[in-house]
Design a protein around this ligand. Sequence first.
Ligand code: ATP
Ligand code: MG
Length: 299
Amino acid sequence: MKKSSLKYLASLKVKTGKKINLLKDFDTDNKQKKIDKKEAELMMAAGIENLAKMQDKLYAHDEYSVLIVFQAMDAAGKDGSIKHVMSNFNPQGVKVASFKVPNSTELDHDYFWRHYKELPARGEIGIFNRSHYENVLVTRVHPEYILKENLPTINSLKDINTKFWKSRYDQINRFEKNLSENGTIIIKIFLYVSKEEQKKRFIERIDNPEKNWKFSVTDVAERLHWDDYMKAYEEMLAATSTKDAPWYVVPADDKWFSRLCVTGIITQHFEKMKFHYPKVSEAQKAKLQEVKAALINEK
Ligand code: ATP
Ligand code: MG
């Protein structure tokens, strides 16, 4: 990857423990205009082909798994990004899990339970379309949802205080540290769309009959809480972007640009790991030759 691309992708990474201000510190669009759509499409095609090759090695290597977490406001393009990035993957080695409002069985367990069941196995890539982070995002904006979890010592909204959220961030960091120490590479992506662009996309979903199915009235209701969501994201990103499981804030107003960034971020993590096909020993090579000779001489 080009040095300038690496530098740009590094600028999207959230620094561990540093307080952030989304509006000031990150862009929602491709402001620098260093790349145009045509060039991006070529890079994207090469990027996803390269990712597919690396997936093959990850699978053969069979030591690590990769977990890619996507979080975003509605209509930021999670589904499209996932579709594009995995378009060249071998379906056998990848699985996508989408997390919706938890049902009663899920609420009867700790909030990691349903996510744990969807984690990728060694050699696999797992994609979370929404994730355990909803438990410090949507629930932060609507703390009454926490009461449904029936947690010990949490009896009323008064108990859901700063200390409660701090302990949730700690739990998430511990959960991810455990995974990382046991061979899961974690990449977390926040598709950062502007409020203006979200409005445009909602209107498009209403105007275009083929997109009507994507429109949901509740999404508009959530939009009213935009500022609260941004605050919840800022706090969460600062508290949970770690060395082993970093967050990236990807500008999402131009879909083609955000997809290219996502492909670049994943590629970069793969390249760092230097996955390789299992090495064949001299004895195994000799055995292969022996079997080959036997096949050739078969009567
Ligand atoms: P799309 O709208 O593109 O189909 P989506 O991810 O928005 O994708 P929806 O079914 O519209 O899917 O929404 C899922 C909803 O579930 C979101 O509003 C999200 O906040 C909510 N949700 C997910 N996890 C939790 C959770 N742990 N507690 C409460 N709500 C949750
Ligand atoms: Mg939705």
